[in-house]
Design a binder for this molecule. Sequence first.
Ligand code: ZN
Ligand code: ZN
Length: 276
Amino acid sequence: MRNLLNSAVSGAAIVAQGLFAALFPSDCRLCGIPLENISRLPVCPSCLLAMQLISGETCDICGERLPGLQRLSDLQTCAACQEARPNFAKAAAYGSYEGDLRELIHLLKYEQVAPAAGALGKMLGEAIDKLGIEFGAVLVIPVPLHSSKRRQRGFNQAELIARAALKQPPMAQAELATDVLERRRPTVSQIGLTRPQRSQNIRGAFQVVHLNGVSGRNILLVDDVLTTGTTASECARVLRKAGAKQVWVATVARTLKNSTASFEIEPEFETAAQSS
Ligand SMILES: [Zn+2]
Ligand SMILES: [Zn+2]
């Protein structure tokens, strides 16, 4: 009873908070300037405008930034993809996982600013555009969280962003599936691991639970951030093993080599520092 009462009270508090934010504009949560307009998303237009598409030449498979500004061949790939091709056909991201874009993702994930999903969903839509795929028969699968993590956070950010992206016209025909792929165990930190160790670490973490849901289908896997690509590649591996035809990957952001804030931390593992 007490729990019920508590959750009713905190539910009411969240609604009241949202209402308050809508009626009384606050400061931009990213740069701190006072917001002029009433908006559900407490981020100013210039911060949103600063979140740009990745520029320059990128790997045709994983989307990593390549040195050099000119396209040298029809298929250009980074050294990592040449060494070991990922299990997905192609991955595309909207922007670099740093600065304001990183902060916006954190607002959604760690501070429960739900309206951030709308802005991130639009960016995911642009990443999906880069893949140049037909939406008719595509099954969209958000990378799942482990049930313990989902309970702790209360939502899967990849799913919220995917739902926002699918509200846009060309993608409205695509089908969203949140119950075919499951994360069977929480994965441990990938920090400091070599590429083969990372693959080993994540192997067996995902399972397709509805085989007939993916057999013969083209899949678009979506997530908020792609870091090393190991997670996406492992998801693609199990989906293809379950009979999926092609697997593409779209994310809002991606860690890039030569960016000002390049690091190899799976975003999932920043939680401890961010949620306090
Ligand atoms: Zn701002
Ligand atoms: Zn690559």
